[in-house]
Design a protein around this ligand. Sequence first.
Ligand code: NDP
Ligand code: GDR
Length: 349
Amino acid sequence: MINILEGNIMDKTSIITGITGQDGAYLTQLLLEKGYTVFGTYRRTSSVSFWRLEELGVAQHPNLHLVEFDLTDLGSAIRLIESSGATEVYNLAAQSFVGVSFDQPNTTGQITGLGALNLLEAIRIVNPKIRFYQASTSEMFGKVQAIPQDESTNFYPRSPYGVAKLYAHWMTINYRESYGIFGSSGILFNHESPLRGLEFVTRKITDGMAKIKLGKLDQLQLGNLDAKRDWGYAKDYVEGMWRMLQADTPDTYVLATGRTESVRDFVTMAAKAAGITMEWQGQGEAECGRDAATGKVIVAVNPKFYRPAEVELLIGNPAKAKTELGWETPTTLEQLCAMMVEADLQRSR
Ligand code: NDP
Ligand code: GDR
């Protein structure tokens, strides 16, 4: 078990790439609470939004420095690491949507794969003592080779995203072994929250159910209802990222709940949380979900959301993280789903 010395943290400075994303927001909140100075990076776009940091009430924190940065630019990675004086780097930036990676495999490879290498190179050049966290993913298991999946399970990615993440994962291990860089890799299973992007299935469902309940949407259209995922709460997972960089040695850890449910089950759960009783009927593309009270079809399958290659089943074994890092995820899927539906009901109102 690691010994976490809270007293030393006051001097620490971290870089978080991808601060505009879900995990970036929660990790920023956590590190600021712990007394860190945080350099959070965002991409230059015509309409940058810090809504997640604002929702968490940390956007204006005096110890938070927002820095423009693109992961695909090695020079800017070197300058960022030099000028910040960071002791820890959390690489959360990525083209993270699996579906889009089939349409933009090259961009996904540049950002999600080679982008991590840029940071590792910058660390190697500027200060090899910096601790590095790589956001690896259960998508690397893809067509799963064992149930449940843990740190020793063979990889078989099923999307350009999964392949790009696997490259970044092995580069982290390679820089650890070649140059002694403290690079740790967290193989995180799906984690969700009210701050999850609307394109991901859980938030699409909770947002859809909230709007259906309030009469602002007639029907929610989804792809593969049979896919099974190990869904946890993002706020619990960023604590695990931090713990990985406080350990004595760099390593690879799985963070998961150990429970798996189908997309269909999550829809039923979200409907219940919104006060709707659902009934399922039909099969395959003809399957639909009706509101038991009105008989209306409120959930339908649309094949446009199918993927060219699917990851059918993920379920992780987090025993190593529990034993060695003391990491736990107390939030149940029912609690998480209810929290997301409640937040979406409030937003839709
Ligand atoms: P999000 O999609 O919410 O956030 C991704 C972040 O990366 C955004 O801030 C995005 O910026 C930024 N980004 C994208 N491209 C670039 C670029 N070229 N240069 C700099 N920044 C860029 O992801 P999550 O917060 O959910 O996930 C965090 C990380 O963890 C990702 O790497 C993801 O792949 C990985 N992961 C996530 C899991 C999950 O279930 N959430 C599970 C396992 C791994 P912008 O706002 O401009 O798009
Ligand atoms: P995933 O998450 O691909 O696991 O990647 P997503 O929520 O996109 O899909 C989960 C499963 O649901 C099925 N599905 C749908 N998905 C979406 N997005 N929209 C739909 O309408 C829909 N209908 C069914 C998908 O086919 C899939 O099987 C997420 C991302 O956060 C990655 O960055 C991260 O690495 C992994 O989780 C772990």
